[in-house]
Write a protein that binds this ligand. Sequence first.
Ligand SMILES: [Zn+2]
Length: 321
Amino acid sequence: MKKFFFFLALLWLTQDCFCWGFYAHRKINNYAIFLLPPEMMVLYKPFADFITDHAVDPDKRRYILLQEGPRHFIDIDHYGKYPYRQLPHKWKDAIAKFSEDSLKTYGIGPWWVPIMLQRLTKAFKEKDQAKILKLSAETGHYIADLHVPLHASSNHNGQLSDQKGIHGFWESRIPELLADTEWDFFIGKAEYLKDPADFIWHRVLESGAAADTVLHYEKELSRAFPTDQKFSFEDRNGIIIRQYSSAYSKKYNEKLKGMIERRMRQSIFAVASFWYTAWINAGQPDLTRLANKDFGTDDQKEFEDLNTAWRNSPSTEREHE
Ligand SMILES: [Zn+2]
């Protein structure tokens, strides 16, 4: 019985979302703010809490909107081997070749980011503060997701290779253990992206290429590591949970030679650069003189609905996303 509860706790911990864990998503959006030029910082810094907190809204939306899921990933190995030449990068060409239904089944992440960029650019042009903040927070989420190798793999939680839990291990457990104390997030400045779609495809191809390494090294480590030291028990808010031990996590991180830190840094740079690009393309509006500063009742209701849906979602459902 005890074992069963530990198992449930482990499920809860490692499968609560198949995107950078909430911790990392929040960090990525937050750090991205500090790469912006002063003209943008005047808006983003006072609203840093909002941009940070709402970094995870798209994950919460998965529970109330069926179309949401495919926006967070692409099973790029479905389209052959790196560099996946048979998959057209242009949406229209991809639909013509594979059909929209099929594309949605295997994930539409890299096509969704440019749509978010367009929406954000429009919000800047309209000088709509509430929209700018909301869309910035959410755009950051989708961009960061595509930097996670297992978001570009059909074996997204190691379910095909007896490595279930590896998704949360890579993107939640390890960042939570090391990001604050051992990783460096001094990154420099946001840059203007001449071809944002091409930029995000490039990152997705890198993710696809790295997925094998992520899986292979964990498998290798799991074989070599003493079984009884692979997991540890920890008290979290009064509940004893079983999780990958610190020693195992650190060893895995070493084997990956800084990959997770690197992907997190690249995510931060990409998020800031997309925000910056939207602002430039909108004609660099003065962000001290915006309209629609307050979130309307529709926005407030949406925030509440997202939180309710998230709180009520059973962990078993999360497992199948
Ligand atoms: Zn996500």
